[in-house]
Ligand binder design. Structure first.
Ligand code: FAD
Length: 462
């Protein structure tokens, strides 16, 4: 009897460990064809950092699969059925996607596959608990994080699937006749940022280093950007080089504030995925529509101010340090993401989605759910957003979270010779602002008041 074939279509799960799709494919058929589709609809908006990181992950995945990853380019609704037909596959296995584009794409692929006589089978997702699963007791979604996180923990998750590259017998793609043309993983695009090592092996190494060295002090140090004490797992979670379920299982029975704090951060990621799934419009619009009435600046001066912010030349050292780290490393510490976002929205009065777009262009971990909702949390228009009137003061944020000024000096060379926390207010230095560093572009106290005045329009709309 001829052997049967399944397709395993990788998307945001670029790993071989903890891969339930492998088990589903091995159940369905004797052999599996590993597939990745370079989808222009997704690659277009990803900046060079994410694109290059993705390519690195694909190269490593291909090596892990013995060189058997078939890479094709095109609209998945066209090329996936072509691949299935060429391979004679009756099933295509995926981890479900819950983002607005992914949901719509997978529906189109499912229909096209059905027309070609094949079935799309979803097993698992990039989350410990799939979006849409956690519901209030009386039904319906949570709109506030804390009760969501409790219900999420109560819901629980499966143990990691025990898989490896040898869980399936992989088809050599060169033996598949017909179908879309195989392409090599493209070479890297020009990119000025230094990126983390891509791929599953680097993810596992980074995670094990964090468990050994970082987790212990995570609760105390995670808000201090000068220390490198957060896990750095975000790009690996974004591309599924590791599954969050694996991280949660490794935390296992460990106890303590740091373990609790880390689990809570994973829950934020899952919460935002759930919010986006239930309100896909919130990727582009205010979750709280009363904020549609907030007067915003969008004239040509506003664009010039946006430009200064993106360049890290606002004259507020902690803001500029964050914006420069973003360009240099395609990553920014969470505290800084909040500080620079607050500055854009509440000191410059610009639309949060302008800032969110810039983040998505540069971040190696850029993730629609976490990014758009992280921005909306800061802007006040999100789910259980920080109250609008809680306006970050960029000077005291710097003094509090970078008390010795080390973070600012690392990223703002013009201020490298300013000692200690004086670096946060260079305009107060006896010799004046060091050469090359700009004057503050706004007066924070004035803009704070202006923000509160503008907020009156939101209150009136409620
Ligand atoms: P750790 O502190 O080690 O946390 C572990 C993991 O928990 C992270 O990798 C991440 O998956 C998750 N996590 C932590 N904090 C958050 C959070 N506030 N919201 C959601 N998940 C969280 N995170 C992204 O992954 N992609 C983004 O595009 C993104 N954009 C953001 C934009 C803004 C304005 C803000 C305020 C936050 C954003 N975050 C985003 C969340 C957070 O800043 C990053 O996840 C975190 O800095 C990544 O570093 P880490 O892996 O070392 O974090």
């Amino acid at each position: 009897m001829a052997s049967s074939t399944a397709v395993v279509w990788f998307r945001r799960d670029l790993r071989v460990a903890d891969q339930p799709t492998f088990l589903a494919a091995a159940d369905a058929a004797d052999r599996a064809l590993a597939l990745f589709v370079l989808d222009p609809a997704l690659l277009g908006p990803s900046g060079a950092a994410r694109t290059n990181f993705l390519y690195g992950c694909l190269r490593e995945l291909d090596a892990a699969l013995g060189g058997n990853l078939l890479v094709v380019r095109g609209d998945p609704a066209e090329v996936v059925p072509q691949v299935a037909t060429a391979a004679g596959a009756g099933t295509v296995h995926i981890a479900a996607d819950f983002g607005p584009y992914g949901l719509e794409r997978d529906e189109r692929v499912e229909k096209a596959l059905a027309d070609a006589g094949a079935e799309l089978i979803r097993t698992g997702s990039p989350y410990a608990v799939a979006p849409g699963r956690v519901e209030k007791g009386e039904g319906g979604p949570f709109k506030v994080f804390t009760p969501f996180s409790r219900a999420w923990a109560d819901h629980g998750w499966r143990a990691p699937a025990r898989t490896s590259a040898s869980s399936c017998s992989w088809v050599d793609p060169s033996t598949v006749d017909g179908g879309p043309r195989a392409v090599p993983v493209p070479g890297d695009e020009p990119c000025d940022s230094t990126l983390p090592e891509p791929g599953e092996r680097a993810a596992v190494q980074r995670w094990s280093d964090f468990l050994d060295e970082g987790l212990h002090d995570y609760e105390g140090d995670r808000d201090l950007p000068a220390k490198h004490d957060t896990s750095g797992m975000s790009p690996y979670l974004k591309y599924g080089c590791v599954h969050p379920r694996t991280l949660l299982a490794d935390l296992g029975e460990r106890r303590g504030d740091s373990v609790r704090a880390f689990r809570t951060e994973i829950a934020w990621r899952e919460f935002y995925a759930d919010v986006l799934y239930r309100r896909p419009d919130s990727a582009r619009r205010n979750y709280d529509t009363a904020f549609d009435h907030l007067p915003l600046r969008t004239d040509s001066d506003a664009y010039a101010d946006l430009d200064r912010w993106t360049q890290g030349r606002t004259g507020f050292p902690i803001v500029d340090a964050g914006m420069r780290q973003l360009r240099a490393e395609a990553w920014m510490h969470n505290r800084l993401r909040m500080v620079v976002a607050s500055f854009l929205v509440k000191d410059l009065h610009l639309p949060w989605w302008w800032g969110a777009r810039h983040f998505m262009q540069y971040l190696v971990d850029g993730d629609l759910a976490s990014n758009q909702h992280g921005w909306q949390w800061t802007a006040g228009s999100g789910t259980d957003a920080s109250p609008y009137f809680r306006i970050f003061n960029p000077i005291t944020q710097g003094e509090r979270f970078d008390p010795d000024g080390d973070y600012v000096r690392r990223w703002v060379p013009e201020l490298a010779d300013v000692p200690g926390k004086a670096v946060h207010q260079p305009w107060k230095l006896r010799d004046g602002i060091p050469e090359g560093y700009p004057e503050p572009m706004v007066d924070h106290r004035t803009e704070r008041r202006e923000s509160l005045d503008r907020y009156e329009a939101v209150k009136a709309a409620r």
